[in-house]
Design a protein around this ligand. Structure first.
Ligand code: AHR
Length: 346
């Protein structure tokens, strides 16, 4: 196994400052500083950005797993939500001859060439969180993350059960979808689940607009949707940050947010369940239901590296178990693909 040796014991590389991956905040720049110690396994981690609380928790999980104490030099790069930046980082990791590349890809398409370059350099690539649409699955070693379409299916099963319980018919549900970053696995799976459920149950899915997984865009998009539609009664947000922004826009427009659709409230549902503010909103019923998306992948990726270090082949696709949260007692469990999921307190 190759090692990224440097002659001195620890050389401080101010990688954030010297590379061309866009401007970082000083906090991010600090995270990107790295000292390379001899004899440790060197991992280059291309994170896609810092767009959400989920993402920041995910980054922290990776930084805490790949420590010197655990035997690693971690070269962390924040792609600032731009695939071109991530490709530049991967090329830099290849030049540095790291032992492993870990990629959290912004979107699915467009990775073939750079993954081919990593393969030719004999550097194993581990995908984390989202997936890539590669022409050859051997361009990466393995993947760990969420089943995003299952998350969406769970949410739609909850909405269906809730509406049935309250005597609301499918055609009375007027839904807008504030989508995640277009082309990302999380967006594709969650959007597909809602589109399929809307067709199946006769829901009125009026609009799908991206909120880029950020609070500010969620707010902006919600304000625009309110101008275009006067009968929205469900806002399906593809993450909690968008939901927080959407709730802000709804309340600023004088709307009441909550599960009593029949009494004129607008129901908000979302994904993640990571930050305390959105969990608190869920306890209050402002967010009616949250499908968990678990960000704590650091130890999982480390376990995959350990498997590869032993010369073994890990499972190609590694899914994480996730929960469904709601404080409304209308629905105690839902069933998706013949599996029952108990709805838990947030
Ligand atoms: O890919 C996971 C998604 O990305 C999370 O749901 C979202 O919050 C993040 O930005």
């Amino acid at each position: 196994m190759k090692r990224f040796f440097q002659s001195s014991v620890a050389i401080l590389l101010m990688l954030a400052i010297i590379t061309s991956c866009g401007s970082s905040t000083s906090k991010e720049a600090k995270k990107e500083q790295v000292s390379i110690d001899t004899g440790l396994i060197t991992v280059g981690f291309s994170q896609l950005g810092a767009e959400s609380d989920w993402r920041n928790t995910n980054t922290e999980s990776m930084l805490s797993a790949f420590t010197k104490e655990n035997g690693y030099n971690l070269i962390y790069k924040n792609g600032q939500q731009k695939q071109a930046n991530q490709i530049t980082s991967i090329r830099m990791f290849i030049q540095q001859d790291v032992d492993y590349i870990v990629l959290a890809p912004a979107m699915e398409d467009g990775w073939d060439s750079v993954l081919q370059e990593a393969k030719e350099a004999e550097i194993p690539v581990i995908l984390v969180d989202r997936r890539v649409n590669a022409s050859d699955k051997n361009l990466y070693s393995c993947w760990v993350g969420s089943d995003f379409e299952l998350e969406g299916k769970k949410m739609c099963a909850w909405i269906k059960a809730f509406a049935d319980r309250r005597g609301i018919t499918g055609d009375e549900l007027h839904i807008v979808n504030i989508q995640g970053t277009i082309g990302s696995t999380a967006q594709i799976g969650r959007t597909r689940a809602l589109a399929n459920a809307s067709r199946e149950y006769g829901w009125d899915l009026m609009a799908e607009v991206t909120g880029d997984f950020t609070e500010s865009k969620g707010k902006e998009v919600m304000a625009a949707l309110l101008k275009g539609y006067d009968n929205i009664n469900i806002v399906y947000c593809e993450n909690d940050n968008e939901a927080m922004g959407a709730i802000d826009a709804l309340e600023s427009a004088g709307k009441r947010v909550g599960p009593n659709i029949k009494n004129g409230e607008i129901m908000v549902v979302s994904f993640d369940g990571v930050n305390e503010d959105s969990l608190e909103y869920c306890r209050q019923g402002k967010i009616s239901c949250i499908a968990e998306c678990n960000p704590l992948h650091g130890p999982r990726v480390e376990a995959l590296v350990e498997t590869l270090e032993k010369g073994e082949t890990p499972e190609k696709f590694n899914y994480v178990d996730e929960k469904l949260f709601s404080s409304l007692n209308a629905v105690s469990s839902i069933t998706v693909d013949e599996k029952e999921y108990v709805v838990e307190e947030p």
